[in-house]
Design a binder for this molecule. Sequence first.
Ligand code: NAD
Length: 640
Amino acid sequence: MTDIHIRQDGHAGRITLQRPKALNALTYQMCLEIEAALWAWRAESTVKVIVIDAEGDKAFCAGGDIAEMYATGTAGDYAYGQKFWRDEYRMNALIAEYPKPVVSFLQGFTMGGGVGVGCHGSHRIVGDSSQIAMPECGIGLIPDVGGSYLLARAPGRLGEYLGLTADRMGPGDAIYVGFADLYIPEDQWTALKSTLCATGDVKALEDAAQVPPDAPLRTSQPQIDMAFGGARLSDIVNTLSRDSSDFAEAALKKLSRNAPLSMECALEIIHRLRAGTLDIRKALELEYRFTSRSMEKGDFIEGIRAVIIDKDKSPKWRHDLAKVPSVDVAAMLRPVMGEKLTFEQEERGMKIGFIGLGNMGAPMAANLAAAGHTVVGFDTMDVSVEGVTRAATAAEAAAVADVVITMLPNGDILRSVASEVIPAMKSGAALLDCSTVDVESARAVAAEAEAAGLLPLDAPVSGGIGGASAGTLTFMVGGSEKAYATALPLFDIMGQKSVHCGASGNGQAAKICNNMILGVTMIATCEAFALADKLGLDRQAMFDVVSTSSGYSWSMNAYCPAPGVGPQSPADNNYTPGFAAELMLKDLRLSQQAAEASDADTPLGQSATELYARFVEAEDGRGRDFSAMLPRFEARKRNG
Ligand code: NAD
């Protein structure tokens, strides 16, 4: 099972977090996949609503997966964490600004990174189990992922209170404070999701919503407004210290657990947002100033150590409570000079290197660019493709890519391109070969890529040039689950279906087995038509019988080789390809090469290969559709 399940279901673009054992903690990869899917669905007119939910009843999402940030941060590498935050925040803004309704179902814990995914949409649904919080100050961070935006908009001083104490909100509070919209009992959620998929209309949610439970924060707000109205953390601490109420004592206890620098900066961000532009981008930009410095100059590493790694709950914060110098706050919140957080179009989606922009590659690359991905292409021929930037070399196209896609003529060319791009690719990127090549080349390239720390996939296609243009290809995919999950949003754009066939090379194996059947059935269909002619059987009658009898096949029913019979096919266009006979010959040869290597007996595959070889190399088959076998048989007698 992958960590996230992204698919279109009826009129809904559906995102399901599925790491219930990890309380659906959000990984970097999940952030990228959510962003890519949202971009694809923006342009897809049949998607009318986005539905975000999660598996398990304990949590929608209990936060970001910070294990790798901790590992890299303790080794002095802060770039990984910074990149994680930049890419995550861009996704948070995309949800907040999305032009279609975004519905989230928030059972159990929704905290930190989970708030970034679940609490910026248009219809945020809570039930009795919902518990929402921004607990980041407890690990030396600040309420981020746009949390400061929600906190700054909360009534009175509830934002300051919730951000600094990390208190949890039940369903009534979450709606009162502005982290949720509708209270709907959880036993109705499954049926509502089905309705959303079937209709694409959010009206059903409003009809199902009930009066929310009490909001205890509404009652305690006057006290909170008094205590949390100070300009600095020290003002708040002083006010609470002078107050002997149970509320003040409990609040002070909560503050004394959290990182002082984080609380002081969170307070400052909330105040700045209220005083100036209160929008999500401004909030994320201020948050990034803090988080991008939090490992090197803040308490984040120590916070994770104490709370998550060693679990000793005795963090040694850099400052004492209420004694954070203003100069330290200013240093954390001054503008970032290096890699900045951006929301620009070209920064959104994945960065894709596309190598081989021929008949198939060009429309595939164009579809990816149209869906909002940044595509840099390379071909040895001088081609230009709409929305695709040209690189001077294959290595240049691959250098910054999250995914490199190849669509090349054969295995030898694939091997040589792979040896050029693999060293240029960044670690962890995916290498997705969509060409049809021999299984051996696919497996050799995959091994080389894996050794270099990349995620290889072989994913040959069926559907031809028409399918490549229309984005309706079928992908047969070999490679790891992780690699498949990375490429899935791209398959959804370039095609209508992808089948994960197992380990590396299995995609090619599926492709050549399929095309061996296709070659054999096309020959069988063509020779049967020629025999029918000689027997005086009308072609239409032949089609009417066979297409509904046991001789039916794709070659007969969908791609009939007889002109004027059956649905439109290349036969009706004087056998202009379609799928050229020489490409069928290439695939049949690959099938025989594989049969030879694996000692498989394929007599019909062998005959089909010999026939297509003669047709292409010695007769008039080159440049014609592979169904032009019919006029060939028509013109022949029994012995040649
Ligand atoms: P094509 O010949 O139109 O495209 C291949 C492109 O690769 C060309 O533009 C060529 O210039 C480029 N190229 C060659 N060597 C290169 C290199 N070293 N670096 C960069 N670019 C290079 O072929 P196509 O029809 O697009 O098919 C591509 C692949 O898809 C093939 O493996 C084919 O078997 C498979 N396929 C094709 C179809 C179809 O209907 N055309 C259907 C399914 C699968």
